[in-house]
Design a protein around this ligand. Sequence first.
Ligand SMILES: *Cc1c(COP(=O)(O)O)cnc(C)c1O
Ligand code: SF4
Length: 338
Amino acid sequence: MLVAREHAPPTATWRQLLRDAVRDPHTLLRRLALDDSPLSARLDAAPEFQVRVPEPYLACMRPGDPDDPLLRQVLALADELQPSPGFVADPLQEGDHNPVPGLLHKYPGRALLLAAGGCAVHCRYCFRRHFPYQDNNPGRAGLEQALAYLRADPDIFEIILSGGDPLMLDDAALTELVTRLAAIPQLRRLRIHTRFPVVIPQRVTDALITLLRETRLRPVLVLHINHANELSPELIRALQALGDARIPVLNQTVLLRGVNDSLSALSELGERCFDHGVQPYYLHLLDRVAGTAHFEVPEPEALRLYSALAGSQPGYLVPRLVREVPGMPGKQPLAPKW
Ligand SMILES: *Cc1c(COP(=O)(O)O)cnc(C)c1O
Ligand code: SF4
C-alpha cells in the first residue's frame, strides 16, 4: 500500500512539488500499480490539456483501484476526445464580460482577476481547459489596466483572485498584488479561489498566512475540494494554521460522475470539511465544456441527490446547488437552500 508514496519527499517545498508533478499518464498508472489494468487501454497518452498531478495529491489515491475518485479527476482518458452535443469550448461565454484583459466583471459588487494562468493540477473536467490564457494573461500592462478599472468603479467591494490558480504566484508577487489592491479605498474584501493547497498543502506557507492576516482587506479563502479523500494530513495541518490565523475558509465542489455523485460521498465531504474549519459553499453542476461529458450528472439526478443531502444534513453543511448560465447575472441556484 506504500506504492503511491514511494517518491514523496516529506520536506520538499511547494515549488519543488509543483515542478516534479507527474505529467505522463503511463507513469501515473504505474505508480498506482494499475499499469496492467484495463484503464491503460483507455488512456489519451498525449492529451492537448496535459496531465499534471503533484505528489501530495497522488499520495491520497488508493493504489490498485481503477475507480479511485481522485485518479478519475486527473487521468486523461480517450473519453475526452468524444464529441458530445451541447459540450462546447466556451460554455460560459466569458469573453462577453472581459472589460480589460485578465478581469471578469460579471456580477454586481465583485470582480474577478485572473491573477495567474496555470494550475498546480490539471482537472480533466475543468471549465477553463480551453480558456485562452495567452490572451488573458494580465501581464504588467494588463495589470495596470485592471487596477485602473477597479479604481474607477466605486461599486466594486470585493476582488476575487482566480485563474488558473492565483497561488501559482509566489508570496512576494502575491504580496505586491495585494498591497496594490488594498490601496483601492472602496475594496473591502479579498477572496482567493484556489485548488493549490488541496493538491500541494505545502503552499500554505507562513508568509501566505501573514499576508492574509495583515492586509487591510478582509480575506476569504475558497478551496476546491471534491472528495473527502483529498483531506490529507498535510492539508489538515494547513487548515489548522489558517484557522489559528482566523482566516475564513469555504469550499466549492463540482458534482462529478464517478467522483462524488452519491449521498454518502457528499455527506462525508461536508462533514470532513467542517471538522477542519471549512464551510461548504457551492456545489456546482458541471459546465458543459467539450471533452467532459463523461463527468456529467444529469440535472434531475443532481436535484434528487441534493434534496437527499439537504434532508439529511444540518443546514450549515448544505452547500448551494448552482450552475452558471450564460448571460444571466450571478450563478443560478437550482434549488432553494433548506
Ligand atoms: C463565481 C464568480 C464570481 C463570484 O460569485 P459568488 O456568487 O460571489 O461566489 C465572481 N465573478 C465571476 C466571473 C465568477 O465566475
Ligand atoms: S485547479 Fe481549478 S482552474 Fe485549475 S484545472 Fe483544476 S478546476 Fe481548473
